[in-house]
Design a protein around this ligand. Structure first.
Ligand code: SAH
Length: 377
């Protein structure tokens, strides 16, 4: 049987066109849309106010979602969970859910694997396989939205052999269970621009999932044309840039895409983004022992970002098996942060979440590893 398409891949207009072409009244499209993004159903049969014949017709060609959970793990503190999701073609990606400071954030992947090969990141180690579709991105958000709302997880609801599911501990049932979505999982969102943009549009819809643009952050390793394109959309979407170094010489080594888009292009593109969107840019800076963490590095960073509407997130680098990098000692991190502040740069030290389940920044590989243990519910 031909693969059934996911309804999550369709825009509201496309659903409307489809249903009208089947001789249905237009309001049926609104009903379907509400079931998907307000009702958060995972099965077409749960769309109770649709005529049975229409549900059957829809079910012949479509499923709600093409992502289904294989297994999930929760961090020891209970506030971070990650799930391995299987896609229709058998590829897998990881998605992370974080529940703290009053926010319920889903961190989505945008590609299976990654082409960029940042020196300290696990995702690129297995190479790049393919881009995700908009529906596969939206499906990651809805997986956790259903859980946070207390419903079934989606897909076929099963976790397959050896799997287990753990609902987020503190996610209270809520009309809008997810407060933030960050494109900081596997892959480079700006190398899959169309699907990423389309997924944001779907999630934004006020009559559907209703996640405001301000609650979405797209993170890039520095694809300048992507920053320019997103800025030109005129939406206040958050932008994060994975900087990690303040000179081309060092950044070329840590984030090799810098050779193509050096700092002299990247920083003006960020400035332009702040002017267009009136949003400050977040710069991610992973502190790596002996590599980018001296006071001289802090000074160079402060100089680079001088006068820019921005914020620096400092993160001790998460260790990745097979990679040689270690986090900076705590005192050096504090000294780095202090120095940036003295130089007038907003900086905060981010607590690393979920590193115990390899769910921290740069630790997502998208395939189960032998050393991982499954936390049972
Ligand atoms: N490709 C995009 C989206 C991925 S976001 C980007 O690079 O922004 C993942 C974030 O984790 C990026 O900021 C990345 O630089 C960071 N990261 C990667 N490996 C890391 C590690 N080992 N420790 C801490 N952060 C890491």
């Amino acid at each position: 049987m031909a693969e059934r398409q996911a309804l999550l891949d369709l825009s509201k207009e496309e659903i409307e066109e489809l249903l009208v072409s089947w001789g249905q009244p237009r309001y049926r499209a609104d009903q379907v849309w509400r079931w998907l993004y307000v009702g958060l159903v995972s099965e077409i049969d749960q769309m109770r106010n649709l005529p049975a014949a229409l549900r059957t017709q829809l079910g012949g060609q479509f499923v709600v979602t093409n992502v289904s959970p294989v297994r999930s793990q929760r961090s020891a503190d209970g506030h971070t969970e990650k799930v391995l999701l299987r896609l229709a073609d058998g590829q897998t990606v990881e998605t992370v859910f974080m529940d703290y400071d009053g926010r319920r954030t889903v961190c989505v992947s945008s590609q299976v694997g990654c082409t960029l090969h940042c020196a300290f990141c696990a995702t690129g180690l297995g190479g790049w396989i393919r881009n995700l579709s908009a529906g596969e991105i939206v499906g990651q958000v809805l997986y956790y939205a259903r859980l946070a709302k207390g419903g079934p997880p989606g897909g076929d609801g099963s976790l397959g052999r050896g799997g287990s599911r753990t609902a987020p501990t503190t996610a209270a049932a809520s009309a809008q269970p997810i407060t933030n979505v960050v494109y900081m999982g596997m892959g480079e969102p700006f190398l899959n621009y169309e699907a990423v943009r389309r997924s944001i549009a779907i999630l934004n819809d006020p009559e559907g999932f209703n996640l405001g643009a301000r609650r979405v952050t797209v993170s890039t390793a520095g694809i300048v044309p992507g920053i320019e394109r997103l800025g030109a959309e005129g939406l206040p979407i958050g932008l994060a840039v994975s900087l990690h170094a303040a000179t081309d010489e060092l950044r070329n080594r840590l984030v090799p895409i810098n050779r193509k888009y050096p700092l002299a292009q990247l920083i003006p593109a960020c400035r332009d983004y702040t002017e267009r969107t009136h949003r400050r840019v977040t710069f991610e800076y992973a502190l790596i022992d002996g590599v980018n963490d001296s006071l001289a590095h802090a000074d160079a960073l402060a100089q680079l970002l001088h006068g820019l509407l921005c914020h620096v997130n400092l993160i001790p680098v998460n260790p990745v098996a097979d990679l040689p990098y270690l986090p900076s000692p705590h005192e050096r991190i504090l000294a780095f942060e202090k120095r940036l502040r003295e130089r007038g740069i907003n900086a905060t030290l981010r607590v690393s979440r979920g590193a115990d389940i390899q769910a921290g920044c740069g630790q997502l590989r998208g395939s189960p590893r032998e050393c991982e243990t499954v936390v049972s519910a």
